[in-house]
Each structure stands twice: as C-alpha cells, then as structure tokens.
Design a binder for this molecule. Structure first.
Ligand code: 0L1
Ligand code: MG
Length: 257
C-alpha cells in the first residue's frame, strides 16, 4: 500500500480518536496487510507527536485468552503509548473524549535500561526498574467495538488511556498475583497476572522483540503495559473503578461525563 493511502487511513483513525466518533472498519476493503496496518498505526502516532505529544512506551494487546475470546482476535499485538494517554491514579476521568471506553486490569513495567532485540527472560527482568498495578482504558475507534486483526493494529491496539498505581521494586515474584477489578464496589473481574501469557515477563519479552523489529527498541524510562489479565469492562459516567492486586496494592479512578 502506498504512503498516501496509509496517511489517509491514519488521518481517519486519528480524527475518530480526536473527536470521539466511530468509523467503519476498513482493513478488509483496503486489503490491509499486517505490515500496512502497523504502518497506519505508526503514521497515526506520528500525527500525535507532531501535535506535541511525547512517546512514553509500549502497550501489549490480546495477551490473555480472556481478551482474545472477548474480541474474537487471537494474535498478540502491540501499540504505542504517549504522555497524552496517561491519567493520574485517583483522579477523575472524563469519558467525553471516548467512543465506547472499556477498562482492563494490567501490570505495568518501568524500564531502567534499553532492551536488546531478543532478550532472554533474565535479561528482560534485569531491565525492569519497577512494576505497578495498572488500569488500561481501551476504546476502539471502530463502530460497535468490532474489528479484524488489521483494523485493531491500525487503531493502535485500541489504546486510549492508562493509569499506573504505586511502583514497586521488581524483587518479588509477580508471575501469579491475584487481582480483582471492581466497579462501584462490586467485583466484576477476578484473575491473576498469570493470565498474561502465563507470566507478564513473557509479554515484556514480546514487546522487546516486536518493537525492535519495528526499529523502535524499548528505551530506558519507557513504560510497558503488559496487557489485560482478564476481559475488559465497559465504562460509564459516575463509576468508581478499582483494581486491587496481591502484594502491589491498588489503582483507581472515578469516571465523569
Ligand atoms: O489491550 C488490549 O488487549 C486491547 C487490544 C485490542 C483489542 C481490544 O480493544 O480489546
Ligand atoms: Mg490492554
């Protein structure tokens, strides 16, 4: 696909995110390859960076069976994070800018050094400065939250916002920590960090491989969101959203219109 077409699709997605308006799927009609889809994603992110946003890291998507089943797409994917997506722990979150937001429980990594293109699990762990419980706000720009693999890759893996809880040294075993996602005091998702590829560290290794292959190796100071440990829950105004994670504590926000 030529760069002109890629730029047009990137603009369509970028506008949909900017104005909170859903658009029809396009991957099938456009004959989008995986490579094209990641090129659309990169071009849409470049538009954000041109507007003054800064790159903060990487998000991994569809890293758990629960997530794959929920959206009917069965491949691990990745997307790019910027500072405009970061929301403060405990702060109100206005839903006005989203199309049909959902929230999911994750584990976040903070890197203290760059990662090689194909790190071992030990090398990946060595690069981690801290880990934290985290909430990802996802929002497909496609109508009815329906998409194919190519669509969702182009749409930056539905990336929309992220909230990071308290950081902890990575000295403890975080491969199987229990977690509960509650909305308005009612447990809506119960799971474990083991839901993320059996061990969230595997997701960090995949992030290193995939982003290095795209010419953007993981950097010191970047955040890597490991992916949803459970299915995502829909968000509506007036909710209190809380993630409690064994050993790592809590992260929360309140939704407003
Ligand atoms: O973070 C994710 O797993 C999202 C990947 C894209 C699919 C979705 O929107 O749930
Ligand atoms: Mg996610």
């Amino acid at each position: 696909m030529n760069q002109e077409r890629i730029s047009l699709l990137a603009q369509r997605l970028d506008d949909a995110a900017l104005y909170g308006r859903a658009i029809p799927q396009f991957a099938e009609a456009e004959g989008l390859s995986m490579q094209d889809a990641y090129a659309v994603q990169a071009t849409a992110i470049a538009r954000r960076l041109q507007r003054g946003e800064h790159r903060t890291g990487v998000k991994m998507g569809l890293t758990s069976r629960a997530k794959m089943v929920q959206v009917g797409v069965h491949d691990v994917i990745w997307g790019r994070l910027t500072d405009a997506m970061a929301e403060a722990d405990g702060a109100p979150l206005s839903l006005g800018r989203f199309v049909h937001p959902r929230v999911e429980p994750e584990l976040a990594f903070l890197l203290r050094q760059p990662l090689p293109a194909k790190p071992s699990m030990a090398e990946a762990l060595e690069a981690v400065a801290a880990i934290a419980p985290a909430l990802e706000i996802i929002d497909s720009r496609f109508e009815n939250f329906k998409f194919s693999l190519g669509d969702v890759i182009a749409d930056n893996a539905s990336s929309s916002g992220y909230v990071i809880g308290p950081w902890h040294a990575p000295g403890q075993d975080f491969s199987n920590l229990g977690l509960v996602l509650s909305i308005d005091g009612v447990a809506r998702q119960v799971g474990s960090t083991a839901g993320i590829l059996g061990n969230p560290l595997r997701s960090l290794v995949s992030a290193a491989v995939m982003s290095a292959a795209a010419g953007e190796p993981l950097q010191a100071g970047w955040i890597v969101m490991a992916g949803g440990a459970t299915a995502a829950e829909p968000l509506n105004p007036g909710q209190h959203v809380l993630l409690e994670m064994q050993c790592l504590g809590r992260v929360e926000f309140n939704t407003t219109v």
